[in-house]
Design a binder for this molecule. Structure first.
Ligand SMILES: Cc1ncc(COP(=O)(O)O)c(C=O)c1O
Length: 446
């Protein structure tokens, strides 16, 4: 069996003794938020939720500190779309690291940064794009929100219930996923954020559009921020036509639309960008597009792409660099991102995600004990039938060698976002394991 393409292989029960030692050390050194959250989740799942500690990863596999090998159906939270440690990405990053590990960001950029900006602009779903780089998804969202404020002179943001955009101050103010993320910081957050419902297939669209109209009516909203499919919110595919109607309304009201494709973009959902209009002549594309996660094959690089006329708002009136960061445009990240982009194009990973994802979701939907399967491409959400809870299924799958994520505001969905290059035999192995798990009596904490 080749590490990177193999089925799970567990040497010791999960989590093993070495992982446990690291987790204890973690609890002593890390912010208590994470340990407390794990304890709470374990309580709700009725099963231990202790993490494994990762030692190495390749392709679709992760090995933990105890030598257990897993199939990573999360791609490290959507990052390893090409699989972990893709050779082209590793080589590009290593070469760049040895040649020029760091330049001076905006003051003296690296060649790699210039090439990445050009490559991203050329792939934007609108002509004549301009790009700002960041390190993580939140950075890209902050740029988009600042751009909208500069370009429109309006302070307001319209976001959607269930949406997740990261946890920096600008982004968390627009977090509709769980109000708990905003609550402790409420006094410091943008007070001009409004939320509208995000209807999925079968939900009524008119009340949501009425809420959008109402929010836009006073002319204070500068940015309408949405995910073209809500990932962390529970793999929620929007009702057909809803986001197109939102974009048209935003444009008519003078607000800019921001498509957060940090999770969905770059092929995850079977197309390069979900928010690219199917028909450029009749549909409205977003004004700003945010990318992150899979952007650099495992290195931290994000980007906000915008139409040139919108990005012109940064043509600075004050002479100050209004948005910069020491590590933005980090050369090894840019080189890795370029290599990832070229590989994605060459191997048509979006097309593969579409075909493999369609087959995989159909197989999952036929598993007894699965109430619902939703998603697009290789962004997949499984709702287990009662009485089984998603958190318990995620915990049980871990002990069987499959890494999955809980999603949804109530953590009621098992989310899968595997590498887009994953061998189908591994997905088939997962279908078998899930079937056996759901056919067995519900496990409870010993
Ligand atoms: C849709 C979406 N936007 C933004 C973010 C935030 O990205 P980051 O965690 O890199 O800041 C995430 C992270 O899960 C996301 O899924």
């Amino acid at each position: 069996m080749t590490f990177g393409r193999q089925l799970p292989s567990l040497r010791v029960p999960v989590p093993g003794p070495r992982s446990r030692v690291f987790v204890d050390r973690l609890a002593a050194a890390e912010s208590p938020a994470f340990t407390t959250r794990r304890a709470r989740r374990a309580e709700r799942a009725g099963a231990p939720m202790d993490p494994i500690v990762w030692r190495r990863a390749k392709g679709a596999n992760v090995e933990d500190s105890d030598g257990n090998v897993y199939v990573d159906l999360t791609a490290g939270c959507g990052v390893a779309a090409l699989g972990h440690a893709h050779p082209a990405v590793v080589e590009a990053a290593q070469t760049q690291l040895a040649t020029l590990p760091h330049a001076r960001g905006d003051l003296h950029p690296s060649e790699a940064k210039v090439e990445l900006l050009e490559a991203l602009a050329a792939r934007a779903p609108f002509p004549d794009a301009r790009v700002v780089l960041g390190l993580n998804g939140s950075d890209a969202i902050e740029v988009a929100l600042k751009t909208a404020a500069l370009a429109t002179g309006r302070p307001g943001v319209l976001a959607f219930e269930g949406g997740y955009h990261g946890l920096a101050y600008g982004a968390v103010a627009a977090c509709g996923f769980q109000p708990a993320f905003r609550a402790p910081f409420a006094a410091q957050l943008n007070p001009h954020v409004r939320f509208a419902p995000y209807p999925c297939a079968g939900d009524p669209v008119e009340p949501a559009l009425a809420a959008v109209d109402e929010a836009l009516a006073d002319g204070r909203v500068g940015a309408v921020l949405y995910e073209p499919l809500q990932g962390r919110g529970g793999v929620r595919v929007p009702a057909p036509g809803f986001l197109e109607a939102v974009r048209e309304r935003a444009r008519a009201a003078g607000a800019l639309t921001v498509a957060d494709e940090i999770f969905t973009g770059l092929g995850r959902c079977g197309v390069p960008f979900l928010s690219a209009p199917a028909d450029a002549a009749t549909s409205v594309a977003p004004d700003l597009l945010c990318l992150g996660k899979a952007r650099a094959g495992g290195l931290p690089v994000s980007a906000c792409l915008g139409r040139a006329e919108v990005m012109a708002a940064w043509g600075d009136p004050t002479g100050a660099a209004l948005h910069t960061g020491t590590f933005y445009g980090h050369p090894p990240g840019c080189a890795a991102a370029l290599a990832a982009l070229e590989t994605m194009d060459r191997e048509d990973v979006a097309g593969r995600a579409r075909k493999v994802g369609d087959r995989f979701r159909a197989r999952l939907a036929a598993v007894p004990g699965v109430a619902e399967v939703r998603g697009l491409g290789l962004m997949v959400g499984i709702v287990p039938a009662a009485p089984r809870a998603a958190l318990g299924v995620v915990a049980a799958l871990l002990t069987r060698g499959y890494l999955t994520l809980p999603a949804g505001g109530a953590a009621d969905v098992v989310q899968l976002a595997p590498p887009l290059t994953i061998p189908e035999a591994l997905l088939e192995g997962f279908v078998g394991t899930l079937s056996a798990l759901l056919a067995a009596p519900v496990e409870t904490r010993p």
